[in-house]
Design a protein around this ligand. Structure first.
Ligand code: HEM
Length: 522
């Protein structure tokens, strides 16, 4: 019979120590965070039951009850919402570095090449390098000579939009047409960004693009929708594999089509580089990115997928944002005829009736600038900015914000807060005339582009596009609502995706009012 060996004193001690550590671990009271006030969360869903189809509205209503710093729970994740200028300053400026990360989402993974664009990229060496390159290369690419030619690109595309609109008016008979502006706004922005980033227009017939124009248009809409949608798997990760809304499936499908398009664009650019050899000079953003991808001295190497991720960011960031802003601006002007009349008076005085508005005119149109700011106050395209993620435990006053908390800044609510703005629901550009508050991230009551290190890097181009398009539309056409629609009846309802456009596209009557030759495409 085999005898059992008696335990040695050393192994007895090891077992006792492990047991003690285990008991300490499970019995130790967990440090309780003193979270900011907020509604009591339900198991599993947290407070998702309180978020309606327009999350910035639901969250504003909750903040009115719980205060400008509020705790929420989105499924498995803690979140805080800032809804005052002071709280916005705290997250975006005072403690910028603590809140600079982005939450990982299925859209970032599947639709932007595994977080390869700046937008979805987590904070770290790759993102820092991306922002630095953006600044350096934009400066390089947009040097004085190139800037002049890019200005020409923008002017040509704006003129082409005016020409299309006047053709619609002529076709309608009587020189007036009810136009659905959104499609024109979308195309002018897409064409400008396409020419600047990809070198030429791809979303027109006959370009040899593997994705036909109509399909491309639907693809961008789908990209925006999927990047703005609340995906259950992002909130409750253990449900992710079920993909209950079918969004992940759609993300994979749209990513495949985008990839086909981007592969074609990159191949064309590489082909020119090969052909021109030593004589090759980068002519657009994709050229610059492909050159960078060959640079062995970069801190973090850039791969082909990263070039595609960056390119997608530029197309996405540059197309919808400006179009949505101009559509809101014209909607507000049609509801406020006195403001519209003042804008037209300024254009006639400064520009006259024998030419279109150029970029050099923008500084001489202060009322137009005030209209743009007033539009961005009431209709910021990203009302909750884009979600940030806290990288460390932080406290604000007596409240704790644990690492891993999602942070939203409700700039839409701040823009409509009577404690911040006089008569906030009135469209009154006069409040901005004579300087003062600006949109450039320094005034925390008005943050349509965010603020701090993660602020929108496309602000310069975005503002130029909005001013150029809006000023020329108002200068070249007399605008009015279609017969039978009064200013009071015009719907101002929103819909929520990555941006917040009008729920119903704006329809308006456009009547050309400048000499006919100004509408001819050059
Ligand atoms: C009216 C025009 C625009 C508006 C209102 C706008 C607004 C914004 C906002 C609110 C953010 C998030 C900032 C934050 O989290 O603090 C953002 C980020 C970004 N925008 Fe824009 N944007 C506009 C135009 C553009 C253009 C023209 C481009 C590119 C060509 C662009 C590219 C980006 C990128 C890449 C990011 C992500 C930055 C990062 O995470 O580091 N945007 N934008």
């Amino acid at each position: 019979m085999m005898e059992l060996a008696a335990p040695s004193p050393a192994s007895f001690f090891a077992v006792a120590l492990a047991t003690a550590l285990f008991l300490v671990a499970i019995l130790r009271p967990t440090r309780k965070h003193n979270l900011p006030p907020g509604p009591r969360p339900w198991p599993v869903i947290g407070n998702l039951n309180l978020i309606g189809p327009l999350p910035h509205h639901s969250i504003r209503d909750l903040s009115a009850r719980y205060g400008p710093l509020m705790s929420l729970r989105f499924g498995s994740f803690p979140a805080v919402v800032a809804s005052s200028p002071d709280m916005a300053r705290f997250f975006l400026k005072t403690r910028d570095l603590a809140f600079i990360d982005r939450p990982r989402t299925a859209a970032g993974k599947h639709t932007t090449y595994n977080y390869s664009g700046l937008f979805a990229s987590p904070y770290g060496a790759y993102w820092r390098q991306g922002r630095k390159l953006w600044q350096a290369e934009c400066r390089n690419l947009f040097n004085a000579r190139r800037l002049a030619s890019l200005e020409r690109v923008r002017a040509e595309e704006v003129r082409s939009m005016l020409s299309d609109l006047s053709a619609s008016a002529a076709a309608a008979g009587g020189g007036q047409a009810v136009v659905e502006l959104r499609e024109h706004l979308y195309m002018v922005n897409l064409n400008v960004i396409s020419r600047m980033v990809l070198g030429r227009k791809y979303v027109v017939d006959g370009t040899g693009s593997p994705v036909p124009p109509e399909e491309f248009r639907a693809l961008i809409d789908e990209h925006f929708f999927l990047n703005g949608a609340l995906n259950v798997g992002d909130m409750i990760p253990w449900l992710g594999w079920l993909d209950p809304q079918g969004y992940v499936k759609r993300m994979k499908r749209s990513a495949k089509v985008f990839d086909r398009f981007l592969e074609h664009v990159l191949d064309e650019h590489n082909e020119r580089r090969r052909r021109e050899g030593e004589k090759f000079i980068a002519a657009d953003m994709v050229d610059v990115l492909l050159e960078l991808a060959d640079d062995p001295n970069l801190e973090v190497p850039i791969e082909r997928d990263d070039v595609k991720g960056f390119t997608l960011d530029l197309i996405g960031g540059g197309t919808d944002t400006s179009a949505v802003t101009v559509e809101w601006a014209i909607s507000e002007l049609l509801r406020n005829p006195k403001v519209l009349a003042k804008a037209i008076e300024e254009l006639e005085r400064v520009i006259g009736r024998d030419r279109l508005v150029g970029e050099e005119d923008i500084p001489n149109l202060p009322y137009m600038e005030a209209i743009v700011k007033e539009t961005m106050r009431l209709h910021p395209v990203a009302p909750l900015l884009t979600p940030r993620l806290s990288r460390e435990d932080t406290s604000v006053g007596r409240y704790d914000i644990p690492a891993g908390t999602r942070v939203l800044v409700n700039v839409w609510a701040v823009g409509r807060d009577p404690a911040v703005w006089e008569a906030p629901m009135e469209f009154r550009p006069e409040r901005f005339v004579g300087g003062g508050v600006d949109v450039k991230g320094q005034d925390f009551e008005l943050l349509p582009f965010g603020s701090g290190r993660r602020m929108c890097p496309g602000i310069g181009l975005g503002l130029k596009m909005v001013h150029m398009i809006l000023a020329n539309l108002l200068h070249a056409f007399a605008w009015r609502l279609p017969d039978g629609v009064t200013a009071e009846e015009l719907s101002m309802e929103e819909t929520f995706s990555l941006t917040v456009p009008r729920r119903v596209p704006l329809q308006a009557v456009a009547e050309p009012n400048l000499p006919a030759h100004l509408y001819a495409v050059l």
